[in-house]
Design a protein around this ligand. Structure first.
Ligand code: ADP
Ligand code: MG
Length: 288
């Protein structure tokens, strides 16, 4: 794919996207996550309360390097709050938080803020796609590109070949080759969701969090998304919160682990088959 030698003008870039302001010290760089025990994320006895209301109560979770984990559970189970804690949106600064949340062996996520956590390699997708509608699809990828401290210097340069390669590969990965030169605003909902996942992939995250990514999608879009996430399996760890059971089945296969959250803690955990046959799950969730 040939990408033009253009990059977006400075005025099109928001400050938060440039990300070159922070200096978080050496130990926070992504490659520095200690994954020596094969563990990406470790949550132990997590409790989160807002004004005395316990949204998370005694949550334990263990995500392995390269694992694709699906999390299901009724509304209000604490799924989004859990993601808020992992990404630093909710933390000891703005809620009552107890327990342990570790990335790899050594990084205590409860001690870091949101930009720091993004910096070390945790990417998050919210339910609603947030793409730059007025820019071309490929320009969205260019904006999302992980850049080093010399980001501002690169503004006036043309895209180097490796950057172009990464953009082209990512566009292919998310299946948007035919739309690469269209305005992002013209994409369908499913395509926008894949664009946003592609933008997260441009940062080459170690851990990707997706909160109800299939919401509002047609069946066909949902299965395209499942194919995309399956194709990413092993390249990073992925946590997917989702209600659509067919989608979850497509992601977990016969032996992927599915976690069921209810009332702020793990109600059940096991393969899809084990979950479906667990009387506690049938009573509290599936049987409704
Ligand atoms: P889920 O994503 O599983 O549907 P949430 O994590 O959004 O659940 O919410 C879990 C519970 O925590 C809900 O009862 C919700 O109302 C409450 N909650 C979440 N965030 C806040 C907050 N910032 N302040 C007060 N209550 C909250
Ligand atoms: Mg939620």
């Amino acid at each position: 794919m040939n990408l033009p030698n253009l990059i977006p003008k400075k005025s099109q870039l928001s400050e938060s996207r440039t990300g070159s302001k922070g200096s978080f010290g050496h130990f926070l760089e992504k490659g520095k996550i200690d994954l020596s025990h094969g563990e990406m994320l470790y949550i132990e006895d997590l409790e989160v309360s807002f004004d005395g209301f316990k949204a998370i109560r005694g949550l334990n979770l263990d995500i392995r390097v390269g694992e694709l984990r699906c999390i299901i559970g009724p509304n209000g189970a604490g799924k989004t709050t859990m993601m808020d804690v992992i990404t630093g949106k909710t933390g000891p600064r703005n809620a009552d938080v107890k327990g342990r949340v570790f990335l790899g062996q050594t990084i205590d996520l409860l001690k870091l803020n949101e930009p720091q956590i993004a910096q070390i390699g945790i990417g998050r997708k919210f339910q609603k796609p947030t793409v730059f509608e007025n820019l071309k699809v490929w320009e969205n990828f260019e904006l999302a590109r992980k850049t080093d401290k010399s980001w501002y210097l690169s503004l006036n340069a043309s895209l180097d070949e490796s950057a172009k390669d990464l953009i082209a590969q990512t566009i292919q990965k998310v299946g948007l080759e035919e739309q690469a030169f269209e305005d992002a605003g013209l994409l369908s909902h499913g395509q926008k969701q894949r664009l946003e996942i592609g933008m997260l992939l441009m940062q080459q995250p170690e851990l990707l969090l997706l909160d109800e990514p299939a919401a509002g999608m047609t069946d066909e879009e949902t299965m395209q998304l499942a194919d995309l996430l399956n194709s990413l399996r092993g390249t990073c760890s992925i946590i997917v919160v989702e209600h659509d059971m067919e989608f979850v089945a497509a992601l977990s296969g016969n032996d992927g682990i599915v976690t069921v959250l209810a009332e702020g803690s793990v109600l059940s955990e096991g393969t899809m088959q084990q979950i479906k046959n667990d009387p506690k799950v049938i009573e509290s969730y599936l049987g409704r």
